[in-house]
Design a protein around this ligand. Sequence first.
Ligand code: GNR
Ligand code: NI
Length: 167
Amino acid sequence: MPTLLPILVYPHPNLRRVANPVQEVTPEVVTLVDNMIHTMYASNGIGLAAVQVDQPLRIIVLDVSEAKDSPHVFINPEIKIVGGKQTSEEGCLSVPGFFESVERAEVIRVLALDRDGSQFETEADGLKSICIQHEVDHLDGKVFVDYLSRLKQSRIRKKLLKTRAAA
Ligand code: GNR
Ligand code: NI
């Protein structure tokens, strides 16, 4: 049975940690991956980075399919920008209730290991490309609010600190 993992909420300091590469895809890593997929679906997210569940490892999961039946796992992902720009409204499970416009690369290539530890390379565009870039930012200690104005950042920080204090 998979476990629901608690998700860190901005501005939690651990969201700023730079995640370490996975040395080997052990059974413990596979368990973390499976719990992350479970937590992503349970939270109605299209992606989740290990940093968000307080594990500083370079692991992301995502499912941008309509049917929510295509989970993808990227361990030690490396992004190469192919080209283009796209702007869309982003949200984040670690920034609940806020949606803001962010510019990203349109087309990327990603080199990573899968859940079996096998290396693969894939190209992504559209929402999948956005989601991978958003997740890899988490692995580098970045959150999408970093791309917003200082004013918007401080409003979001204050609101979420207040909500946390009330919880
Ligand atoms: O669920 C999520 N939706 C989303 C929408 C637009 C751009 C990025 C995302 S990722 C987010 C889940 C999340 O916080 N992943 O880190
Ligand atoms: Ni996020």
